[in-house]
Design a protein. Structure first.
Length: 124
């Protein structure tokens, strides 16, 4: 007899979702603005993907934990003051790809807190 689970993962969805970048500051720390409410949390680790034509080439592929500033902005501990400015291209040649924020992990401290007993006394 074969075990068949009562659920199936036909379309697994990872959350939080990727977000399109609307703007990136030349600052330290860098501030990133998304086109939609990002619904991220502090210390989420994200990667920045910037295609050719958007500028800010030095930030492409970098990742770090974030600090939430507003529903559509967050900062990362990266100094972009000397990077080329981020620009939205006037036209997009096919195939079109947006600059993106991609969540990739959470800090270990957040995960450890989810499994450790936080009671001030041992459970009996």
């Amino acid at each position: 007899m074969t075990y068949t689970p009562s659920y199936s993962f036909k379309k697994p969805v990872f959350g939080p979702a990727m977000r399109v970048i609307a703007g990136i500051s030349n600052a330290s720390p860098v501030v990133i603005t998304t086109t939609l409410v990002h619904q991220y949390i502090n210390n989420l680790i994200v990667r920045i993907d910037i295609p050719t034509g958007f500028g800010m080439e030095n930030l492409n592929g970098q990742f770090a934990p974030i600090t939430i500033l507003s529903p559509t902005t967050f900062s990362m501990p990266i100094d972009t003051t000397t990077f080329n400015p981020f620009v939205l291209p006037a036209t997009f040649p096919p195939p079109h790809q947006d600059a993106q924020v991609v969540p990739i992990a959470e800090t270990n401290e957040r995960l450890r807190g989810a499994v450790q007993n936080k009671l001030p006394y041992p459970a009996t």
